[in-house]
Design a protein around this ligand. Structure first.
Ligand SMILES: NC(=O)c1ccc[n+]([C@@H]2O[C@H](COP(=O)([O-])OP(=O)(O)OC[C@H]3O[C@@H](n4cnc5c(N)ncnc54)[C@H](O)[C@@H]3O)[C@@H](O)[C@H]2O)c1
Length: 259
């Protein structure tokens, strides 16, 4: 019970990586808020956590909507008394070559990943600073460090998250708040399943080549990272006790990115 009596808010927790982090935190004793636009998914995760004897709440929150994000964070603090851990994880992927990338789609990706991370941070630190403690965790990506063709919006946003997290390490320190980024390699979630046929079409190659060459070609063992791997890193960061570990990014990618 490494997170006993702690309160966590995890966005994008109705699905994929966020859902696994929410379940892992609840099993470690945390009360968990599931922030998402998909309320059916969020309620299902809440039921799963409650079924295991944990405590959770669903919070309807489009992370690009400042009013909804503030109201969501306040609702979590009202219900559970505090916010100790923030996981900014909600995300989407849209791929095009730059010459065909509609600007509104570029902005949508950046708004959700980077704008959403900023808004959630602002809404959560207001509850963390008075307690002189907190852990901000951002879902980056290997694409916070590396680039791939077709992903200008995503790569720009994920690089930006490193900057935001490092600023928060500096601003948060005097309030006992630490700030770190998790950088996973490819994880088979709905976000990635959708990209396989899209990239096959854009690049004019078969789907199995998208997986073996484009997605996993630079790993040491041609293996996907799993939701479990990412949730384990998220638990490690949330449970870490001091500001020794702040302003860092931890990459879990089967060696795709080393550094
Ligand atoms: N799957 C991967 O390979 C991979 C690798 C590195 C990083 N990531 C990152 O992990 C995070 C989670 O991705 P995933 O693979 O679990 O995807 P997913 O599609 O399974 O889950 C994304 C979740 O975000 C929610 N969401 C989308 N837009 C939202 C918005 N505006 N407001 C609130 N919620 C919103 C969705 O409803 C969904 O529940 C993303 O930030 C993604 O960039 C994923």
């Amino acid at each position: 019970m490494q997170l006993k009596d702690q309160v966590a808010i995890v966005t994008g927790a109705s699905s994929g990586i966020g859902r696994e982090i929410a379940l892992t935190y609840a099993r470690a004793g945390a009360k968990v808020a599931i922030g998402d636009i998909d309320m059916n998914g969020a309620n299902a995760v809440v039921s799963e956590i409650e079924g295991e004897g944990g405590q959770a709440m669903a919070v309807e929150m489009n992370v690009t909507d400042e009013t909804a994000v503030n109201a969501g964070a306040d609702a979590v603090a009202d219900r559970f008394g505090r916010i100790d851990i923030m996981v900014s994880n909600a995300g989407v992927q849209i791929v095009h070559p730059v010459e065909d990338f509609p600007y509104d789609e570029f902005r949508k990706v950046v708004d959700i990943h980077l704008g959403g991370a900023f808004l959630l941070t602002k809404a959560c630190i207001k509850h963390m600073y008075p307690n002189k403690s907190g852990s901000l965790i951002y879902m980056g990506s290997v694409h916070s460090h590396e680039a791939s063709a077709l992903k200008s919006a995503y790569v720009s946003a994920k690089h930006g998250i490193l900057g935001l997290a490092r600023v928060m390490a500096k601003e948060g320190a005097k309030h006992g708040v630490r700030s770190n980024v998790i950088c996973p390699g490819f994880v088979k979630t709905p976000l990635v399943e959708k990209q396989i046929p899209e990239q096959a079409q854009s690049l004019g190659i078969p789907e199995d080549e998208v997986v073996s060459r484009i997605m996993l070609g630079n790993t040491v063992d041609t293996e996907f990272t799993t939701i479990r791997d990412v949730a384990d890193v998220a638990l490690f960061l949330a449970a870490f006790k001091t500001n020794a570990l702040t302003g860092q990014s931890i990459t879990a990618s089967h060696g795709w990115h080393m550094g």
